[in-house]
Design a protein around this ligand. Structure first.
Ligand code: MF3
Ligand code: CO
Ligand code: CO
Length: 256
């Protein structure tokens, strides 16, 4: 097995289930707040208050050593691939897409999940990108089977995304997660079947494909967090935290 990969006990997976459920409920709570005219900071503040009310902490707030993330959630609008920073100056407008990525810590364990929402009514080609991206997540989860390999996940996602005319971001990957936010294994959303670490019961990791309309290449803005597409075309993302059981993948970030 890959170095640094831990297999979680039944008791730890139960804690991951509770944290994951809370994370999904937080996105359910935020969804109706996504409307033209709202700022991404208002979404952040609503998420922070809700998280505290439910006895949890926001993992993103202060995350990272040299340049700590300054807010409680990531809000990635349109050409932003991931790690967008909520801001008072950023007002959502009709036709935008926004990925909201939340990670509450409950009883020491992390629930990491994100969805891309429409602001108002999407144009047909925007709707297609978002639907294909969501499908990529579920195709990836289905490929995460005990005794398979981590590469099976990325291969399945990449095949589908590229067949639909899109590209798969390389610079950001899924990750092991437990009482630690980001750990081994890395889970690329591209790659080759049969390659990489063997998938075993007890492994818990995220799958979080970022799918682009144009080039897969990313660029970092000067804030040191916001990743955008190099061609400034749209990018969408969905994320779940999953546990590998002897029967197959179990989605932990479900609301019920
Ligand atoms: N939730 C993101 C992920 O899926 C990580 C955010 S780190 C932050 O891995 F610092 F930007 F919040
Ligand atoms: Co996340
Ligand atoms: Co993640």
């Amino acid at each position: 097995m890959g170095k640094g990969i831990v297999l979680l006990s039944k008791r730890e997976i139960e804690k991951m289930r509770s944290a994951g459920r809370l994370a999904a409920q937080l996105l359910d709570y935020l969804e109706p707040l996504v409307k033209p005219g709202v700022t991404t900071l208002e979404l952040n503040d609503a998420a922070e208050a809700w998280t505290q009310k439910h006895g949890a902490k926001s993992a993103p707030l202060g995350y990272g050593k040299s340049n700590p993330f300054p807010r409680s959630i990531c809000t990635s609008v349109n050409e932003v691939i991931c790690h967008g920073i909520p801001s008072k100056k950023q007002v959502l407008k009709e036709g935008d897409i926004i990925n909201i990525d939340v990670t509450p810590i409950l009883d020491g364990y992390h629930g990491d999940t994100s969805r891309t929402f429409f602001v108002g009514t999407p144009a047909p080609k925007v709707k297609k990108l978002v639907e294909v991206t969501k499908q990529c997540l579920y195709i990836g989860i289905e490929a995460a089977q005990p005794n398979g390999r981590i590469g099976d996940i990325g291969a399945a996602i990449q095949e589908y995304a590229e067949a639909q005319g899109y590209s798969v971001v390389r610079d950001f990957v899924g990750h092991g997660i437990s009482n630690v936010f980001h750990t081994e294994p890395q889970v690329p959303h591209y790659g080759k079947r049969g390659k990489g670490t063997k998938i075993r019961p007890g492994m818990v990791f995220t799958i979080e494909p970022m799918i682009n309309e144009g080039t897969y290449e990313a660029e970092m803005l000067s804030d040191g967090w916001t990743a955008v597409t190099k061609d400034r075309k749209l990018s969408a993302q969905f994320e779940h935290t999953i546990a590998i059981t002897p029967e197959g993948p179990e989605i932990l970030t479900r609301a019920d």
